[in-house]
Structure formats: structure tokens, C-alpha cells
Ligand binder design. Sequence first.
Ligand code: SF4
Ligand code: SF4
Length: 57
Amino acid sequence: MIVNFDKCLHCGGCVGSCPQNAIFLNDYILEFNDKCNRCGRCVRLCPVQALKLEAKV
Ligand code: SF4
Ligand code: SF4
């Protein structure tokens, strides 16, 4: 996951949206764990388009 920290409002909306509980807000820094299954829900939900799925490595 790529987070655009210039855009992110730390609203926490994506955190609550994740069905895998893979997103955490840690002192205003968004963190993702390896439970993310790339469903894209958080990307669509973010009001400021701060999230982007990176190509799988
Ligand atoms: S892509 Fe889906 S599983 Fe991954 S962090 Fe976003 S909402 Fe959670
Ligand atoms: S929904 Fe968007 S603006 Fe809100 S915390 Fe997540 S990435 Fe940041």
C-alpha cells in the first residue's frame, strides 16, 4: 500500500473499513500489516484519495 501522507487527513475512515483489520493509525502514521488481501476497499473509501495499491512485488 502506498500512502500519500501529504493528502491523508488521519480521519481513520480506512482503518474502520478494512475487513481484515490490516490498517492501524500509529501516532498519525498509517500502517498496514500483512493481512491485507488487496481488496481495495480502503482505497475507494478514502475521501482524499490518499491510498494507492502498489504493484505486487
Ligand atoms: S486493500 Fe482491503 S484488506 Fe488491504 S488494507 Fe485496504 S481494506 Fe484492508
Ligand atoms: S481514509 Fe484516507 S484520509 Fe482517512 S486516514 Fe485513511 S488514508 Fe488518511
